[in-house]
Write a protein that binds this ligand. Sequence first.
Ligand SMILES: O=C[C@H](O)[C@H](O)[C@H](O)COP(=O)(O)O
Length: 223
Amino acid sequence: MKAKKLTGEKATDYIKDGMIIGLGTGSTAYYAIKKVGEMVRNGLKIKAVPTSKETADLALSEGIELIDLAEAKSLDLTIDGADEVDPDFNLIKGGGGALLREKIVASATDKLIIVVDESKLVDNLGSTFKLPIEVTPFSWKYTQQMIEKFSCDSEIRKEAGEIYKTDNGNYILDCDFGKIEDPIKITTELNKLPGVVENGIFAEMAEIVIVGYNDGHVEVLEK
Ligand SMILES: O=C[C@H](O)[C@H](O)[C@H](O)COP(=O)(O)O
C-alpha cells in the first residue's frame, strides 16, 4: 500500500495549472486522484476525464471538475495504473475491468504516466497476469473459441458468481497466453476478431513509468 501511495502521489508532480488530464482506474491511480483532489482544493485549476464510473465518482467526491472526452479533444497527460509493465513499457491493463475507456483515454493523451508498485515489473507480458479481453455479450462463447485458436486458455470473468459486466455493458475474458513474446502482433490480431471490443495490451503507449518500492523509494523511468 505504501508503494502504491508513493508512486500515485509522485505522478502528480507533472500536473500544471490549466491542464486537462486523464484519470486512471484502480488501487494505485486512487492515490493520484486523492492527491489531485487535495491540489484542486489548494487552488490548482485543471479539468479531468475519468476512465471509469468508479473513478468519476471518486473524482467528483474530491471536487475535481470532469469533462467529456469530446469536449477535451486531447489530454495533456493521463495517470493510470497497470497490471504488468515490460522493459519496453508495454503494459497489460484491465484487472479492474476498465481497459476500454482507459485505452481510449490513453490514445487521446500526450503523455501517459503509469504508476505501479515493484510487483508489476516483468520481463515478458503474460508472465504473472492473464490478459483481459473485453467482448460483446451477444457472441462471447464464439469469440472465446476464436481467441483460443491463439493457443490460450481463457475464462469468463465472474463477480459474486455472476458474469462480470464492464461499464460499457460488455464481458471480460481473462486469457492465459503464457509469456507474450510479441505484444504488438497479439494486440493487432486480437482486435481483428469480430466480437472483441478491446484487449488489455497497451503497446508503445506509456512514456513514463513510476515505480514505488516497498522500502519507500520511488523510481521514475522515462523513454
Ligand atoms: O482495469 C483496471 C486498470 O487497468 C488498472 O489500472 C489496473 O488493473 C491496475 O490496478 P491496480 O493499481 O489496482 O493494481
